[in-house]
Design a protein around this ligand. Structure first.
Ligand code: CU
Length: 222
């Protein structure tokens, strides 16, 4: 497959080709999707994981309560979605209208506090975006249609290295090491031309800061 970095400042474009991933028809490695084609968010005691996800509008999101406690998915505002889930239960909903859907568990959180999460549903033509912060990359899970871009913006005060590494890929991938460095304030985007699960790391250059991680799932979407 090919991954090409397209730097906002036109610094350069890098291309790499690797052997096809043996990802099968679903191509999700069981990680970001279920067999039924929904993006999965785990509900634990007491958190949502991933905390932030970005999906093309219309893609289903499925919450699985993998914890021992009862939890709920409650919108910060309105009642367009939501459910209360016993341990082992799940809840699926499609966000067909583009927007940012913030939610929380009323038992263990509040809007933006403790057990909370966000679903970003993008219009189909919109470039998926992720923000690099000192302590996170957000959203840390992004689903793109094959052929779409994900654009990272470096909102920190230091240079940040974004790397796709073979070790971070699924076991059957031999994707070559892919790296780009973003200056403070710079943006860069990558186009995903093949379906697959792409894990990446973001690390500040030259400092002992933490390593943040993210995942991109590229999938054929009708
Ligand atoms: Cu809860």
């Amino acid at each position: 497959m090919k991954i090409g970095w397209a730097l906002g400042a036109a610094v350069g474009v890098f291309l790499v080709t690797n052997a096809p991933m043996n990802s099968g028809a679903s191509g999700y490695q069981g990680e970001a999707r279920t067999d039924s084609g929904a993006v999965v968010v785990d509900i634990g005691d007491n958190y949502f994981s991933p905390k932030t996800i970005s999906v093309p509008a219309g893609v289903k999101v499925k919450w699985n309560n993998v914890g021992r406690s009862t939890h709920n998915v409650t919108p910060n505002s309105g009642k367009s979605f939501g459910a209360s889930l016993l341990a082992g239960e799940s809840y699926t909903v499609a966000f067909s209208t583009p927007g940012t859907y913030a939610y929380y568990c009323t038992l263990h959180g509040a809007p933006g506090i403790a057990q909370y999460g966000t679903v970003v549903a993008r219009a189909v033509s919109e470039i998926a975006k992720a923000t690099i912060k000192t302590k996170s990359v957000s959203p840390n899970r992004t689903v793109v249609a094959v052929g779409e871009y994900l654009e990272w913006s470096n909102k920190t005060k230091t240079r940040q290295r974004v790397s796709f590494t073979p070790a971070a890929q699924s076991a059957d991938s031999d994707l070559a090491v892919r790296t780009t460095v973003l200056a403070a304030g710079e943006s860069s985007k990558v186009r995903f031309t093949d379906s697959g699960t792409y894990k990446y790391q973001v690390k500040s250059v030259g400092t002992k800061s933490r390593t943040n991680t993210g995942v991109v799932v590229a999938t054929a979407i009708d």
